[in-house]
Design a protein around this ligand. Structure first.
Ligand code: MG
Ligand code: MG
Length: 295
């Protein structure tokens, strides 16, 4: 893979987009659109707060799990399930600000058995594996698509072993990959979002009315993200649209931010958000994005 400055800037923007979407959405996580409107009219500033009482610009598990996964990839030199599980376990021991129930269950099982693969479960269709997949996309740019998919599943199955979670996680990684390699939004719609819905009709998002209050169920999460991403034309509009739907807003924000960052690049990210993001997190995202590309 020839690393060029286009690729580097898009990869960095995807990682910053993830963190900004997380920090922006966390303020209104679990609120309804009506509650958000009553309090903020339109929520569009990195002000922290929310049910986690965050500092302005602070991120949550969506970003910190991605960074933990990325760190494990850099250390192992590839995507490795054991390395990922150990990194997630260390992350959990660090008392993260929040943690999903499926993630916690998977990591407690890993501590007990040493097996970094949960058994298949039809219930584990949460968005926790998809939200952290970005480093896999960046580390596997020069691999065939089948290897990318396998790498996505290896990290996902540490906590979520479910066909809908897998399909979404793989699709998101491939969308980021396509965007970094020059695909535009229409390409992503026709080559990734539509085929996903063809294979798993649950993911159809056009037939669904505006998906408000998206839950942590990966289907609702992705419907909200795709509606916001495909129906807006800028990074800023995409993130404002998706987080003001409330629900699992930090995670819809993180996933939408990753896609929008990859497509619109660094020039699309508003300065006020870049400056408002936690400085340590910003540095970690930018550094890791470049390191993963060079793996
Ligand atoms: Mg979170
Ligand atoms: Mg969340």
């Amino acid at each position: 893979m020839r690393i060029n400055s286009y690729l580097q800037s898009r990869a960095g923007a995807a990682y910053l987009g993830l963190a900004i979407g997380d920090a922006l959405g966390a303020t209104v996580e679990f609120m309804t659109p009506r509650e958000i409107a009553a309090q903020y009219q339109v929520h569009k500033q990195l002000i922290g707060g929310g049910w986690l009482k965050l500092k302005p610009g602070q991120v949550t598990d969506d970003t910190t799990m991605a960074l933990a996964l990325g760190g494990s990839i850099l250390e192992a030199g590839r995507v490795d399930a054991h390395a990922a599980a150990r990194a997630f376990d260390a992350w959990m021991r660090g008392k993260p600000v929040d943690i999903g129930s499926t993630v916690r269950r998977g990591l407690l099982a890993f501590r007990k058995t040493g097996d970094p693969k949960m058994p298949p479960s039809e219930h584990d269709a949460g968005n926790g594996a998809a939200m952290r997949v970005l480093p896999v996309a960046l580390a596997t740019l020069d691999l065939p698509e089948e290897n990318v998919r396998a790498a996505c599943r290896a990290q996902a199955h540490v906590t979520h072993n479910n066909p809908l979670s897998d399909a979404a996680t793989e699709t998101l990684a491939l969308m980021v990959r396509d965007a970094l390699l020059g695909a535009d939004k229409l390409d992503l719609l026709h080559q990734r979002a539509h085929p996903l819905a063809k294979q798993h009709p649950e993911f159809a998002f056009r037939a669904v009315r505006q998906r408000q209050n998206p839950s942590g169920y990966i289907v609702e999460t992705l419907q909200a993200v795709f509606q916001a991403f495909f129906d807006t034309d800028t990074f800023e509009d995409c993130l404002i649209d998706v987080v003001n739907r409330g629900g699992d807003a930090d995670t819809t924000g993180a996933i939408a931010g990753m896609l929008a960052g990859a497509v619109y690049g660094p020039a699309g990210i508003p300065q006020r958000w870049l400056l408002g993001l936690d400085a340590g997190v910003q540095c970690a995202c930018e550094t890791q994005a470049l390191a993963l590309l060079e793996l």
